[in-house]
Design a protein around this ligand. Structure first.
Ligand code: C2E
Ligand code: MG
Ligand code: MG
Length: 395
């Protein structure tokens, strides 16, 4: 069998670790068992793509919830199988938490475990990752050094793709989100999940954002000259909103290029607002005064309070795709999306649903009065050239 994933086990019961080790080894997977989470973090610092962690939630020293929180801060964390002897409610909250942390969840299982079911899950997961995620796996195995990334930014190896956003009511194109990619000379196209964190940790994000904004401004000018008026959304990071000169700089750049500032939307995640609130509030407010728009990205996954949301002058709220993609199957997700739309509208914001993957979801969003939609069902992110072709196709 061509299964090569490593399975890590953390369970405070030594007999359980032993039993599971034997079972998992039977299907040819590598296993590392731990009875303490602290020992796991001491010994395992990096994860190969396709790694799996079977995690007991109830452990005396460091529990499974804390383990998830720490994993969320690491690069390329393993996919999870959560295990608990507690009631279903605990597992359910833990599932939601893994989603909020953007960890991949394979399954959650109650004790006593069914070994057959476990093996089936492991086989299915390892086969699917080795076949259809090759591109992803390839990127995650590339060890990105800060020096190489710095060079890439300086040598213009970053390219922009644009994902259309449509008005839900009419289906008309309203704008695009600019998403950066790295055209690597050896590894091909690398997705932002593999290098944005590296940029953020190594003070390269400022230069990256500047490079993205320059590219977007050029593109917007070109569209404008062709008579295409679109809003363009750009993602910015926490560190970008610590530079007090940003509003003046951006505003000047837009003036120099004769672009309407209200068509540039800066997307900030809730977690980016967790730092220096006074400074970021100062900057965000002045950006608004200069006419730029502000969007709160991945809404619902961060931990900002509603009063914080009220204080920052956002013009747009983007509901996180984890809620949108479950709209048709999960009652709670539906309730959350509905509430986010109401909340956004009450606060005079446009509401965008991201991660729309099928027609049924788009239809539900229409019924709920959502303003804008973005997702694979409408279009994947594409190069600027392909965007024009996409537009022609649609009309
Ligand atoms: P994001 O801002 O939340 O962007 C949406 C991500 O969801 C994009 O991934 C997009 O390709 C993906 N997506 C769109 N529609 C669907 C869908 O229907 N289903 C699913 N499953 N996914 C969908 P991408 O391009 O890989 O970007 C990932 C993240 O990287 C972005 O999340 C954003 O946080 C960050 N990022 C991208 N470009 C930049 C940038 O220029 N600067 C900064 N600081 N961060 C960026
Ligand atoms: Mg975004
Ligand atoms: Mg998002």
């Amino acid at each position: 069998m061509a299964l090569q994933s490593t399975v890590y086990l953390i369970d405070d019961e030594a007999e359980m670790v032993e039993l599971l080790t034997d079972v998992v080894e039977m299907i040819g997977l590598k296993v590392h068992g731990f009875t303490r989470a602290s020992q796991f973090f001491e010994e395992v610092k990096t994860f190969a793509s396709g790694s799996i962690l079977m995690l007991d939630l109830n452990m005396p020293e460091m529990d499974g919830i804390e383990v998830m929180r720490r994993l969320a801060g690491m690069d390329n964390p393993p996919a999870l199988i959560l295990v608990s002897g507690h009631d279903a409610g605990v597992l359910h909250s833990a599932e939601k938490l893994s989603e909020a942390h953007r960890l991949t969840l394979i399954a959650s299982l109650s004790k006593p475990l069914s070994m057959d079911k476990l093996l089936q899950l492991l086989i299915q997961y390892t086969e699917s990752t080795s076949s259809n995620q090759q591109q992803k796996a390839a990127s995650s195995e590339i060890n990105i050094s800060p020096a190489e990334l710095k060079q890439a930014i300086e040598n213009d190896q970053l390219v922009m793709h644009y994902q259309p956003q449509i008005a839900v009511a009419t289906g008309m194109l309203s704008g695009v989100e600019a998403l950066v990619r790295w055209q690597h000379p050896q590894h091909g196209l690398i997705y932002p999940n593999y290098f944005i964190k590296v940029a953020e940790k190594n003070h390269l994000i400022g230069a990256l954002t500047q490079s993205v904004i320059r590219a977007v401004v050029q593109q917007e000018k070109e569209w404008q000259s062709k008579g295409l008026t679109l809003t363009v959304s750009v993602n910015i990071s926490a560190e970008d909103i610590t530079s007090l000169a940003l509003p003046e700089q951006l505003s000047q750049l837009l003036k120099d290029n004769q672009l309407d500032p209200t068509r540039l939307i800066l997307e900030v995640t809730e977690s980016a607002l967790m730092g220096e609130l006074v400074t970021s509030l100062d900057i965000l407010t002045r950006l608004r005064l200069k006419g730029l728009c502000l969007s709160i990205d991945d809404f619902g996954t961060g931990f900002s309070s509603l009063s914080q949301l009220h204080r920052v002058p956002f013009t747009e709220l983007k509901i996180d795709q984890s809620f949108v993609s479950n709209l048709s199957t999960d009652d709670e997700a539906r309730a959350i999306v509905k509430t986010c739309i109401m909340l956004g509208h009450e606060l005079n914001m446009k509401v965008v649903a991201e991660g729309v993957e099928d027609g049924a979801t788009l239809e539900q969003l229409r019924n709920m009065g959502c303003d804008l939609a973005q997702g694979y069902f409408i279009s994947r992110p594409v190069s600027a050239d392909k965007l024009v072709a996409w537009l022609k196709d649609r009309s």
